[in-house]
Design a protein around this ligand. Structure first.
Ligand code: ATP
Ligand code: MG
Length: 534
């Protein structure tokens, strides 16, 4: 029998311990790096557990995207154990242990008065978009597009791994270099809605557990004897595929409204369903998401839509009335024109993105936000007189309006927003290719993304399929063939598709009704883009 403090003998009375033969978690499914960290901590006499999403995912047979370790070692003690370790976070320090590209996050147990897990993110990032500064000279700004035209995420790697844990905000209140501070001594500041603004300090596992959000995220896998510790019924909840907040749901949502989005994400990702008490307050409290820092909502949006379950996330958010809180103009468009070609296009784009994630190919926030903005931009363009729909100024005005509205909620880094804008500005250029300009367009760093959008538009009757085919051929052609193709396009005065009447957002002026009639159909001159509201 194990003598360390982490052996089952040391289990606080309230934890249920599920021995190795009572649960399905096998070490062969745990990353070797995470195991190394766990064993090293244990050899040094500390408690060491896997905790959070990785335990939950292992229980249901999914491959975890990251492994989080919880321990009673203080951050400084963890640092001393690993050469490849950095301490991050100022208010609550976490240890990041590096193994090449893989990072194992090691967190000291939090005290009951300790800092909230993941409820704040540093939103002072210099990169946040301010649509009023989206000027023309930025058009060629590079956002790190790959050869295939798809950008990496803000961290340079999106494939199911965009989740750097949030680093809590500094208060300067805790001792950076160790020294256990009692949980009771921690200060806590709560705003008028009940949201935790700040508090501090480290604690023990039976305090740590209550800081976590859902019972399914609060299971601890003990490296000492491979048992799973469950304080709050998470084991049954995972088996029943149930999402249940720990504690009083209303209080927990008020502390951190992002938990509503996390619940939706877990429903989308895992197919779990909300426990009734966890579901009930959402409608009443969803407005609280309006007070969440937009930088955090940007990160949540990427986790919702760029990690392989984007279509489900869209459906689940809509079903819980949460899409309104995250992307109000997208929700509004969907409500007014359900099943319209732009919405179908959005769903197809999300499905394509999900498939790319599954195939381990890079995916792009630029493309994602272009999909979201397409319908609302089309609506806005159609408020202008029809003859102006192709004017750059009309497209830019519409873009700026929609971008401004979105960025009030979601802090989309400027380089991504510039990319989206370019994709929209390129649509009329792609639809009416002229001579040398077409050749120059071929070199444009955003061509692939803009072309993908054009293709999707054509698939839903919002652009001319012939022009898509022409660009497809041009891209595949030899240099000599390219010159010839662009020259003949020049002679025809306009490109093979002539651009038609489509707006950048794919409208042809017949209002949303036509689009609904033509659902899924194709038309040479564009089916329906946004809508005129006529
Ligand atoms: P995934 O990694 O699949 O996105 P996850 O549950 O691991 O899901 P993370 O954001 O990685 O989510 O968080 C790790 C753990 O930290 C969670 O499982 C949960 O225990 C805790 N946690 C994260 N965010 C919160 C929060 N807002 N409130 C309370 N606990 C949280
Ligand atoms: Mg995780």
């Amino acid at each position: 029998m194990n003598q360390s403090p982490a052996s089952t003998e040391a289990v606080p009375r309230l934890a249920r311990v599920i021995p190795r033969d009572g649960h399905p978690i096998s070490r062969s499914k745990i990353s070797p790096e995470a195991l190394r960290v766990l064993y090293r901590l244990r050899e040094a006499g500390f408690e060491a557990f896997l905790v959070g999403g990785c335990v939950r995912d292992l229980m249901v047979g999914l491959e975890p995207k990251d492994f989080d370790v919880a321990t009673d070692a203080l951050p400084e003690q963890v640092k001393r154990l690993f050469r490849n370790c950095r301490l991050v976070g100022r208010r609550f320090r976490l240890a990041h242990v590096f193994f090449g590209r893989e990072i194992i996050e090691v967190a000291t147990f939090r005290a009951s008065g300790g800092p909230p897990i993941a409820d704040e993110v540093d939103d002072t990032e210099e990169d946040i978009v301010d649509p009023s500064i989206l000027d023309d000279e930025d058009l060629d700004a590079d956002d790190g597009y790959e050869d295939d035209g798809i950008a990496r995420d803000a961290n340079g790697d999106i494939n199911g791994n965009i989740d750097p844990h949030y680093v809590p905000q500094p208060t300067g209140a805790h001792p950076a270099s160790g020294g256990m501070v009692s949980g009771q001594g921690g200060e806590r500041l709560v705003d008028e809605s009940g949201r935790i603004l700040r508090d501090n300090v480290y604690g023990s596992i039976d305090e740590d557990v209550w800081r976590r959000d859902f019972t399914c995220n609060a299971l601890y896998y003990n490296i000492a004897d491979f048992s799973v510790w469950d304080y709050c019924g998470g084991f049954e909840d995972v088996q029943a595929r149930r999402l249940r907040l720990i504690g009083d749901p209303e209080t927990r949502y008020r502390e951190d409204p992002v938990r509503m989005l996390r619940a939706a994400r877990f429903e989308a990702k895992l197919g779990f369903s909300f426990d009734p008490a966890t579901a009930e307050p959402v409608e009443r409290l969803r407005e609280l998401l309006g007070g969440v820092p937009p930088a955090r909502l940007f990160d949540e949006t990427l986790k919702l839509f760029l990690t392989g379950h984007g279509v489900r996330s869209y459906e689940v958010l809509r079903a819980h009335g949460l899409l309104e809180m995250l992307l109000p103009n997208v929700a509004d468009f969907s409500r007014r024109y359900p099943g319209s070609p732009p919405e179908q296009m959005l769903l197809r784009g999300l499905a394509d993105t999900d498939a790319r994630v599954r195939a381990d190919r890079p995916v792009s926030p630029v493309f994602l936000f272009a999909l979201f903005m397409y319908g609302p931009i089309g609506l806005r363009i159609e408020q202008a007189p029809r003859r102006m729909w192709h004017d750059t100024s009309t497209i830019l005005d519409a873009f700026d309006d929609v971008a401004r509205a979105i960025c009030q909620r979601i802090a989309i880094p400027r380089r991504f927003m510039l990319g989206v804008r370019e994709m929209f500005l390129m649509q009329p250029r792609l639809e009416a290719p002229r001579g040398r300009r077409a050749l120059r367009t071929l070199e444009h760093p955003r061509l692939r993304a803009a072309f993908d959008l054009l293709q999707l538009r054509a698939d839903f009757g919002m652009a001319d399929p012939a022009i898509v085919e022409w660009w497809g051929k041009l891209q595949a052609a030899s240099p000599a063939q390219r010159t010839q193709m662009s020259a003949s396009a020049a002679q025809e005065g306009a490109g093979p598709g002539e651009g038609g009447d489509d707006t950048a957002a794919g409208g042809d002026g017949d209002g949303p009704r036509r689009g609904r009639r033509r659902r899924g159909g194709r038309s040479r001159r564009g089916g329906r883009g946004g809508s005129s509201g006529a």
